[in-house]
Structure formats: structure tokens, C-alpha cells
Design a protein around this ligand. Structure first.
Ligand code: FRU
Length: 473
């Protein structure tokens, strides 16, 4: 049994104290604190009247829960949105006010509202001039405002059906339409929760803008998923540099949705986290007094690849301070049936590997959270050139049709080598492959005692240039 009595509560991923959680909201840094708000139903374990839950952290890993920031009322709920620091008091709430911009959701109408805090997010006031933006006639889906400061004005992008709409403002209280982007990429599901930010290309002087968009259905692993576009933003609107039919998935697993990045990140990084769940089964995953968790915050970069400029993601470096016991192998080959990791166990681990299969290898990979009857398999298939997470026998799977499945991504290789970084927590596995060019995020619900680990190869020899395993405390 685990010490805190919980079978599934993660050790290093965010969860609500009680009740339901979905999208991250209002991510902003101010005065030494990373703020994290989230879609929250405090009195239930399923989606319901939405509040903004609230927590703060100094290192993105240890979170202090704070009182609920925003409450629904008889007519509407507090849907997703973002938060900014109004340094120069453009809105007149006060210099350095935290301003939350959120969707107020009524039965048949979604409008954008403001709330502000003058005490580092501890107490909140609704702006009496709400709403600050109402939907055009006939537009039902009009939500999830993402606001940031750009050069000399505020920008808002929000999701409206199968497009992202852009607005500009000088004072957050009135907004002028400035553009629209959409009806391209994946349009199978409703578009939700956009984010938009610039990143240097390969760390150099060139910049591209990245627009991330949640799609409610038709994701790479079925159900909801997150796509992204690469292009330019001119202060008014976004244009993609790829053909309209190009679909870029941010994550190929089943459980990375509605991500948002921090405004005001003090080190200049673009740090993002997502809801580690899928609308297909979110209301039925195993729960205790709480349900729902976030991914590990990730640092995003852009890299030039043969296909064009693409996102790369790595877990935030802060996690490295929590590495405990360390095992290390290098310059060694294993064959089929050899069990290098016999006796190695752990439920919360980080695995870093640089592996080269010889030409006759058919499959290789790791089995993690291995128990008598279960295992989650991270497998590289050399014929199909895929990287997959197979959770068909990962533990509890029968709570939703289709949860027991294998999800695949293209296998990134550098020369003949495969680079893998795997983070395992009590009820999740996050795989970063090819130095973060491909990620697969999956929730899993193994028995707490299923802590075996195995590196396997079939058909040939696997050369281990480097293999490191850390326990994560
Ligand atoms: C995305 C979403 C948002 C909405 C929120 C409601 O998961 O559907 O579009 O604001 O969840 O909880």
C-alpha cells in the first residue's frame, strides 16, 4: 500500500484536493508564484457547474491549494479562460492587477467576462461592466479566451466552432475583431481552448508562432486531442505556413487535452501543461474523492525537421531536482529473452535511454508497471516504424469502451538510434521520443503493487548506448 492511502493519486502531477477537474485555466506567473486555475466541480466527481479552482507553486511541482477563485451562479458557469498581469493599469483596476478573462456559459450563449485581483490572486472581484465581448449573432460556440500582451496592445484568441477568432484591445474591457483562422487541419470535432505564442526556431534569431487548438473529437488516439499550427502572427491574426490539409498533433497519446502555457514565465521559457484525460471517458475513469489530473509541465521549443518547423517538448527541468536512486548502464548489448532489469522496480520513475536495434530487430521497448496480470508496454516496431503505448492490459481498463487500446506515433530516429524519455507516475505514463519531437501521454490505472520493469528486444540485438533510471520522489 502507498503511504497516503490513495491508490491512484499521482506523486508529481497536479490533482484537485476534492472533486472534478478538467482544463487548466489562467496560467500566469506573478511575484514568485506560478498560478494554476482549473475547471473544477468541487462537489462532484463528474463534470458539473464549473468553478475556477486555484493553486500556486514556486517550482511548478509543489502546489499549494487556495480557495476557489470564481464561482458559477444561477444563470451561468465559469468556463475556460486565461489570466494576465496588467502592469500599466490599462483596465483601471490597479497597476499589476491580475485579470482573469473567462467564458461565462449560459444555456445558449457564451460571452467573455473579466474578474480581477489586487492581492496576488487571493480574492477576486467581477468587473461590473461584464460582458466585455458577446458572440456574433448565431454563433453558439464562442469560448476559451486566451489573452496576452503583444508589443503595444492586448490580443485575445478564442474558439468558435471550427475556427479561432482574434480580437484586439487597449484596455481589456472592449474588444475589436481582428481576424479569423480555421477550417483546416483537423475539423472533425469542435475547436476549443486555443493558445498562441512565439518561439525561436532551433534557438536562433528566427521566430515562428505556434497556435495550439483542442479538437473535441477525432484526436490521434480517438476522442479529444490537441493539434497545432506553425506560422506567423502579425498582431491581428494568424496565418499557417503549412497546407490546409496538414494535421500536426501535439501529442499522440489519448490523454493530453486543452493545454495552456504560462504568461509572464520568469525564465523566458514557454511552459505548458494539459489535462491528462479524454472527453471520451473522462467522467468514468477510476476516481477516489477526486477525479482528473494534469500532465507534467513541459518546456516547448521549435526545431527544423525534414517536414518543416515542428514542436519539441521536454519535461520542465525542475523535475531533475527530484531524482532519487539512480541506476545506469552503458555500451552493452542485449538479446531476446535477456532480462537486464530483473529486480528493478518502481512505480514513479524516470527512464532515459539511447538505444540502437540491429537490422534484424523486429520490436523492442519497455514494459512498465508490470504485475502478475498486467503491464503497460512502450514498444518500438521497426517494420511499421512506430512508437506505441499499449495499455490493453495496463490494469483497470473496463470502465470505458475503447480505453484498453494501443496508441501509436511515427517513430523518430536519429541515425539508427532511438531516444526515449519516459516519466511514470502512479496513474500515468508520458513518453518523450526523439528528444521530444514525438510525445505520447496516457493515463493508466495499474495496481499499486505492479512495479516491475523490463527492457525487451525481439528478433535481434539491442545496443544500449546509455540507459538511466531514476526514482522520482
Ligand atoms: C474543453 C472545454 C472548454 C470549456 C470547458 C468547460 O475541455 O470543453 O471548451 O470551456 O471545457 O468545462
Amino acid at each position: 500500500m502507498v503511504e497516503d492511502g490513495s491508490m491512484i493519486r499521482p506523486r508529481f502531477h497536479f490533482t484537485p484536493p476534492d472533486g472534478w477537474l478538467n482544463d487548466p485555466n489562467g496560467l500566469v506567473y506573478l511575484d514568485g508564484e506560478y498560478h494554476l486555475f482549473y475547471q473544477h466541480h468541487p462537489n462532484g466527481l463528474t463534470w458539473g457547474p464549473m468553478h475556477w479552482g486555484h493553486a500556486v507553486s514556486r517550482d511548478l511541482l509543489h502546489w499549494q491549494h487556495l480557495p476557489i477563485a470564481l464561482y458559477p451562479d444561477e444563470v451561468g458557469m465559469i468556463y475556460s479562460g486565461s489570466a494576465v498581469v496588467d502592469w500599466s493599469n490599462t483596465a483601471g483596476f490597479g497597476a499589476g492587477a491580475l485579470v482573469a478573462v473567462f467564458t461565462y456559459h449560459q444555456a445558449d450563449r457564451e460571452s467573455q467576462h473579466l474578474a480581477f485581483s489586487l492581492d496576488r490572486g487571493r480574492t477576486w472581484n467581477r468587473y461590473e461592466g461584464n460582458p466585455v465581448l458577446t458572440p456574433p449573432l448565431g454563433v453558439k460556440d464562442f469560448r476559451d479566451p486566451r489573452v496576452f500582451w503583444h508589443v503595444d496592445h492586448w490580443v485575445m484568441c478564442l474558439a468558435a466552432g471550427d475556427t479561432i477568432r482574434f480580437f484586439v484591445s487597449s484596455e481589456l474591457k472592449s474588444w475589436t475583431p481582428s481576424g479569423e483562422f480555421g477550417r483546416c487541419g483537423s475539423v472533425e470535432g469542435v475547436w476549443e481552448t486555443p493558445d498562441l505564442f512565439p518561439l525561436p526556431v532551433d534557438g536562433g534569431p528566427e521566430t515562428r508562432w505556434v497556435l495550439t487548438v483542442g479538437v473535441g473529437n477525432g484526436g490521434p488516439a480517438g476522442g479529444s486531442g490537441t493539434q497545432y499550427f506553425v506560422g506567423q502572427f502579425d498582431g491581428s491574426t494568424f496565418t499557417s505556413e503549412n497546407p490546409p490539409e496538414t494535421i500536426l498533433w501535439m501529442d499522440h497519446g489519448s490523454d493530453f487535452y486543452a493545454p495552456q502555457s504560462w504568461n509572464e514565465e520568469p525564465h523566458g521559457r514557454r511552459v505548458m501543461l494539459g489535462w491528462m484525460n479524454n472527453w471520451r471517458y473522462a467522467n468514468t475513469v477510476p476516481a477516489e474523492t477526486w477525479r482528473g489530473m494534469f500532465s507534467l509541465p513541459r518546456e516547448l521549443t521549435l526545431a527544423i525537421t525534414e517536414q518543416g518547423v515542428r514542436l519539441a517538448q521536454q519535461p520542465i527541468r525542475e523535475i531533475e531536482a527530484h531524482r532519487g536512486e539512480h541506476l545506469h548502464w552503458q555500451d552493452q548489448a542485449i538479446g531476446p529473452g535477456e532480462n537486464l532489469l530483473a529486480g528493478t522496480r518502481g512505480g514513479c520513475l524516470e527512464i532515459l535511454a539511447d538505444l540502437t536495434p540491429d537490422l534484424s530487430v523486429t520490436r523492442f521497448g519497455f514494459r512498465v508497471r508490470v504485475g502478475a496480470e498486467e503491464a503497460t508496454v512502450i514498444v518500438c516496431d521497426m517494420a511499421a516504424r512506430t512508437l506505441s503505448v499499449d495499455r490493453t492490459r495496463s490494469g483497470q481498463v473496463s470502465f470505458a469502451d475503447g480505453f484498453a487500446a494501443l496508441h501509436s506515433a511515427p517513430l523518430p530516429m536519429d541515425g539508427g538510434e532511438v531516444n526515449l524519455r519516459i516519466l511514470l507516475d502512479r496513474s500515468s505514463v508520458e513518453v518523450f521520443a526523439g528528444h521530444g519531437r514525438v510525445t505520447l501521454t496516457e493515463s493508466i490505472f495499474p495496481a499499486p503493487e505492479s512495479q516491475g520493469l523490463d527492457l525487451f528486444v525481439e528478433g535481434g540485438l539491442l545496443y544500449i548506448r546509455q540507459l538511466e533510471i531514476y526514482s522520482l520522489d
